[in-house]
Design a binder for this molecule. Sequence first.
Ligand code: KIV
Ligand code: ZN
Length: 516
Amino acid sequence: MSAEKNKNDYVVIFDTTLRDAEQSPGASLNLHEKLEVAQQLARLGVDIIEAGFPISSQVQFDAVERICAEVQGPVIAGLARTIAKDIESAAKALKGAKRWRIHTFTSSSPEHMKHMLRMTPQEVLVRAVEAVQLAKSLTDDVEFSAQDVARSDQAFVQELVAAVIEAGATTINIPDTVGYAIPAEYGRMIADLCQKVPGAEKVIFSTHCHNDLGLATANSLAGVINGARQIECTINGLGERAGNASLEEVVMAIRTRKDLFKVDTRINTTEIYRTSRLVSRLMGIPVQPNKAIVGANAFAHESGIHVDGLLKNRSTYEIMTPESVGVTQSMMVLGRHSGRHGFKARCEELGFELAEADLNVAYERFLDIADKKKEIFDEDIIALLADEIVDVPKMYVLDYMQCSAGTKTLPSATVRILKGDEVLQEAAWGDGPVDAAYNAISKATGLEPELKNYSIRAVTGSSEALGEAILQIGYEGKTFVGRGVSTDIIEASAKAYISALNNMMMRVNAKQNGKK
Ligand code: KIV
Ligand code: ZN
């Protein structure tokens, strides 16, 4: 990606959902889930996918390697400290991709250099130059970052950046690691780098803003106004602490205010909503209803004056259309009589190419739901496919469940779970029916992870809507996500718990087979 060509044309979108967001607490994904997200990011049209930090574990290494082998389109990047073994490991994991990038990083603030790296600024600079030279000997595409630039001495940052450009870096990333900067200040840092650093015209400057003060999107956009041509961001703004700049916000701001930015991105914005839902579901982190662009209320108009205006002309209260980000009106698409062919066709229109066996399973499930629910909406189909079509081996399958609860009864549940040919059956009490079901499942499986959070939502609006339960469990310091879908919310909750146990057991088995 040449800097010269790109200077005025478009802003490169570098998605770090699989690295910066995935490393944050409770957001971890298994290999299949990472591949699913990476494929969707490719459909969304991101320029670069940061797939992980290969040296940090065998699981990370394998995920980066598989994404490189299977995901076509975007450049695949891997993170590495300014340490030779990190850079070599990143190159090894990345080399199967058609186009790949090593992203090497150090720190430039006094706080980080003194307390974390325990190095002098001169040592940091020498190490950074050596790292970039090594990376450059392995690939032409080298990105350099200095963490915590916003709290750094800007004269030192400029000296460091000049040195790594000389050493061969092609993208210079300017992280506000702790979310400290305000837009005017961050914009000035980028402008100064563009103007003062020798060799600046040869590289692309990139923003990487965290959201601790709620300014990540504003800071990233200030960077673009001042010359940055790459934005590092994540889906739903997920990431360390308060998160990163949100992809959907920066992209739609640039698209909607093209008059001001005079650049564009190459994102297919109609894939935004679907990507947001997928990441939320797989990471088990719900999107707040008033979240810009992708929240449930982002395009909802309630007040009489607004609705009246909209009916007269949508532009009165809409600066972008819901359709432009892939939010379509919930249409009644299918019912019991639509048939297997109709179901398959709709799945394909929604972007799911199902293998025959998966289609059979999904269709059976669709018929079950159609018996209980007259109208099946697109969102229902997406939720049921996400629930059924998972590549994680299902060690445990819920075969039967009965619950009783009421105002004057002690809530109880009986479950029958299949573990291969083995039948596990138990009954238990609890504080409520969901608690009772979880206690019965724990007794039957002998697994007692910590329940970290749990949420249930109606997939569509009516009282007969499908319920989707999403939860996270903690086990041996790791977090596992589970989700379940049913017209019965207790059953959805039980399925979510069992799906989290299956994810957990896949990890436990991988560990026993020697993966870190
Ligand atoms: O926030 C940060 O500084 C980072 C770097 C590793 C780029 O994520
Ligand atoms: Zn970061």
